[in-house]
Design a protein around this ligand. Structure first.
Ligand code: PLP
Length: 384
């Protein structure tokens, strides 16, 4: 058994990055300022996005977009139930209805066919999720969105650095990213909206900062016009510079950190082939580049003779941390009571929701760490 606890995730922040944050703290400007402007440039260079707008979280990005797209009661938003609760919650907070679409059983992503089948005259947005490091089949999903004239907003919380057919996620369309501490880069908390739509970018910039019709920081004036007036009521979701500077330093290390994640993932996949009770996610067959965000496996409870929750508890007792991405949204109290989705309607989502867990995955994990995880799994499953 491991002597020390192996967490399921750990941010990778080096001394020079801490120094960069300290420099901002010692400077005269700690809220949205020059480091935000530099972060936008660096992010656009990394993803190819025309406009990159930092905010306090991806959930905040979704709230701003709900406003920008005028989401209102009676509207429907097509999205997976196999996701984090943040975006369905924002949909509900705006009085609209999440229309949950079942995911593929082995990639945990929703597909163009299933999205098309869920479209009605009330569909206002399509919000699919690039899952765990895998990438949605974007050309088909874009074609469905275009066919019905419904805006597509990609949830790329897990997909920074990932690519579809040679193009980075974020280069095209409307894409949301998260910088929560378990993500591929972190700013403590934080999010980014990437878009190629200038009018939408201008509106989002204004909405993220009180609806003042200006950004929280203007590069030319090194501040913002004090005379700015409210054009429409907006939010207060601008990112402080002490976080933006961390975004800049982390972005410099993105490729290196994703490569480390990739090596860990390959090692896991080799070793997991020795354990018949655990199955990793399938890799999509189309041309894409993974971001290796999470190492999700499914436990076969019949073969294991125990539930997923019991297995996670047993791993914890052996000093191995795990995560759960995700407990299906429609199975959670509020959604169960409000939407009454019959059992079996989202069969793949429910099947996985009972079986998935995320094994430790973060840059800096060693081969020995992976071996410890595999040994612990084997020990539990052999009943010794
Ligand atoms: C798929 C997905 N979407 C959205 C979010 C929300 O991101 P944030 O925590 O930055 O609001 C997360 C965060 O965990 C996520 O995993």
């Amino acid at each position: 058994m491991r002597k020390t606890f192996l967490p399921f995730s750990k941010p990778s922040i080096q001394e020079w990055e801490i120094q960069a944050v300290a420099d901002v703290l010692r400077s005269a400007w700690i809220t949205t300022g020059p480091k935000n402007a530099d972060f936008e440039v660096a992010f656009s260079r990394c993803t190819g996005a025309e406009f990159s707008i930092p905010m306090t979280s991806e959930t905040a990005v979704m709230q701003v977009l709900a406003r920008a797209f005028d989401l209102k009661p009676g509207d429907e938003v097509i999205t997976p139930s196999m996701t984090w609760v943040s975006q369905p919650n924002v949909i509900c907070l705006n009085g609209a209805m999440p229309v949950f679409v079942d995911c593929d059983r082995d990639t945990l992503m929703i597909t163009a066919d299933r999205i098309e089948a869920a479209i009605t005259p009330r569909t206002r947005l399509i919000v699919p999720v690039h899952f765990a490091g895998g990438v949605l089949e974007l050309d088909k999903i874009r074609a469905v969105a275009a066919k019905y004239g419904v805006p597509l907003i990609e949830d790329a919380a897990h997909a920074l650095g990932a690519e579809f057919k040679g193009e980075r996620i974020g280069k095209r369309g409307n894409v949301m990213f998260s910088f929560h501490p378990i993500k591929n880069i972190t700013t403590g908390e934080g999010g980014m909206f990437a878009t190629d739509d200038k009018a939408l970018a201008d509106r989002v910039r204004s909405l993220k900062f009180h609806g003042l019709g200006v950004d929280a920081y203007d590069r030319q004036t090194h501040g913002r016009a004090p005379q700015a007036q409210v054009v429409e009521p907006g939010f207060k979701f601008n990112m402080p510079d002490m976080q933006a500077v961390l975004g800049i330093t982390q972005l410099k290390r993105l490729d290196e950190m994703n490569a480390q994640r990739g090596a860990i993932s390959n090692l896991y996949r080799q070793r997991l082939s020795e354990i018949e009770e655990l199955t990793p996610l399938a890799r999509p067959a189309y041309d894409y580049k993974d971001s290796y965000h999470l190492m999700v496996v499914r436990l076969d409870p019949d073969k294991a003779g125990m539930s997923r929750d019991e297995f996670m508890a047993a791993l914890k007792a052996l000093n191995i941390g795990t995560g759960l991405h995700f407990r299906c949204v429609h199975g959670q109290k509020y959604y169960r009571e409000k939407f009454h989705i019959p059992a079996g309607m989202l069969a793949n989502t429910e099947w996985n929701s009972e079986r998935i867990l995320s094994l430790p995955m973060f840059p800096g994990m060693t081969e020995e760490d992976v071996n410890d995880v595999i040994d612990a799994c084997k020990q539990i499953l052999s009943g010794k």
